[in-house]
Design a protein. Structure first.
Length: 258
């Protein structure tokens, strides 16, 4: 089985080398897609590890480029990894065994979540996992929308392997949401409109903003009981706000096009 590692990068000279070092001995090929023109030495560094480097038009978010990176992969399996992530020694040691399993189509690894300036060690969001290793032919309708979950056909195994995620500075606070995350929400809305996913009249999305806000709050606070820590309460609220603003932005886009 051949393994393709797919990275979407953006001016990451400060951390991408460590990412590449962590995968160079386990991946049969490395695909690097850069979001827009490179303004630092990221491409120069990547050329030391792979020839499969693609520079695409700037969007400002990684996810819209991921379907392209997956299409360029020639391996049977794909490893989805970001420039600020690394594989730990335990994953590197066992990843070949994982992809040789005939009865598994994807694996999820634990993905550390940071709140303020520390990785979470307790609460619901301290146990978040991410489907990052999967068969290429098992990908099921992945559109490349911001924060989209990758769905695969077949069997997914949740593992105890932990990704190394180097998140710099303050993360996942309401301050960060209103100063940074809303930019991603706007990009998400534009991508929905661009892919012609938003075909209903504008008033539908206006009401959907409020409906999804309360649904998300109910899902995390009641169903998942993600309210036992300050971090859980804050992140749950932000996920609800994300969808609230997403559909308000979609409403605005629909109105401007009328």
């Amino acid at each position: 089985m051949r393994l393709s590692a797919c990275i979407v990068a953006w001016n990451g000279e400060g951390n991408i080398r460590e990412c590449l070092e962590s995968i160079k001995d386990v991946a049969d090929e490395i695909i690097v897609v850069h979001d827009g023109p490179c303004k630092d030495k990221t491409i120069e560094i990547c050329k030391q590890y792979t020839k499969k480097i693609f520079i695409r038009p700037y969007i400002g978010e990684a996810e819209p480029h991921r379907p392209f990176s997956f299409k360029k992969a020639t391996g049977d399996w794909i490893l989805w990894i970001d420039q600020d992530e690394r594989l730990g020694d335990d994953i590197k040691k066992n990843i070949r065994k994982l992809i040789e399993a005939d009865d598994v189509d994807a694996y999820s690894f634990i993905w550390p979540v940071k709140y303020k300036n520390k990785n979470l060690s307790k609460g619901f969001f301290s146990k978040v996992s991410k489907r990052v290793l999967f068969r290429k032919n098992a990908i099921n309708d992945f559109r490349g929308l911001p924060n989209e979950t990758l769905h695969v056909r077949g069997r997914t195994v949740n593992t105890d392997y932990r990704m190394i995620h180097l998140q710099q500075g303050e993360r996942n606070t309401l301050h960060i949401f209103f100063t940074r995350t809303l930019r991603i929400v706007h990009i998400h809305a534009e991508q929905l409109a661009k892919k012609k996913i938003t075909r209903k009249i504008f008033i539908w999305y206006f009401f959907k903003a409020f409906i999804w806000f309360f649904l998300y709050l109910g899902y995390y606070y009641v169903w998942k009981r993600a309210f036992t820590t300050q971090a859980d309460r804050s992140i749950s609220l932000q996920l609800a706000l994300y969808n609230f603003y997403l559909y308000l932005y979609v409403t605005k886009i629909k109105l401007l096009k009328q």
